[in-house]
Unconditional design. Sequence first.
Length: 142
Amino acid sequence: MNQPRLLVIFSIIAFFNIGAANATEHHSGHGGGNAGGGGRSTAGTCGKPHLGKFMPPHLATVAPEAEFSFTVFNIDKPEQISVTVKNIPVEVTSEYKDPYYLIKGKIPASLVNTAARINIKVSAKSPHCEAENGWLLKISGK
């Protein structure tokens, strides 16, 4: 092989490697915000709340005023949680069971022979730290 051809191939390889090095420099971690990349954590970052273990399970049939419960991970205080059932605000109780909160409430008495969504919202100072989830239940007659 002649030397000019080798020089061209070497130059092309070097050119593409420089572009790859620049790309990895700016995309490490995809953290965004004040946290930067590389997985570093600061006081301004948060873990997104995780909602789970919905009881009774999705699409279960329950009696009016039946109890429901769910767990919430990654929140500072239970006051961040608001719950509605078919758009009716519901009062809930919370119990801390390290590392999560167990939240309990009751289906409103006015809901009979209908389906209803239990909707959960977790508020926070930053929209990136908020969560919303829920599930459907069938409510029988009295």
